[in-house]
Design a protein around this ligand. Sequence first.
Ligand SMILES: N[C@@H](CCC(=O)N[C@@H](CS)C(=O)NCC(=O)O)C(=O)O
Length: 150
Amino acid sequence: MSELTFYTHPMSRGRVVRWMLEEVGIPYTVETMEFGPDMKTPEYLAINPMGKVPAIKHGSTIVTEVAAICAYLADQFPDKKLAPPAASPERGDYYRWLFFMAGPFEMATSALAYGWKIDSSNAQSVGCGHVEDSINTLEKVLGRTPYICG
Ligand SMILES: N[C@@H](CCC(=O)N[C@@H](CS)C(=O)NCC(=O)O)C(=O)O
């Protein structure tokens, strides 16, 4: 099995990847990165040019972005059944909500946290629409079933 290194900080989005790694159940090495200069060294920028965590190195493959890392791990370890089978109809829900969280929902939570101005003057061109649109959409799908997919 290829060696897996997980670059993270405990107070970061890396927690999502940590959860995924534990679900996968493979051994991995943790490189804890400090916020600030530690993430901006040439060595780490070669892993993630954004200078951000999380990131993984699996063998010679580097993956950044929470959603991409989770999808990659699900595909690499299909026996764990953490994603619907390739080409199954459930793959539609899987992609839909994975990308929804990485795109609109991620943007909406930042907008909420930092008080970005999203109103009727710009909501139609902003990916998350009004912040409440993203939150209500997630609440609605989770209200139907505790499982978003499958
Ligand atoms: N879109 C990225 C976001 C990564 C991100 O913003 N990480 C933050 C911590 S949660 C970070 O590393 N910030 C440090 C910095 O920008 O210097 C993802 O999904 O992984």
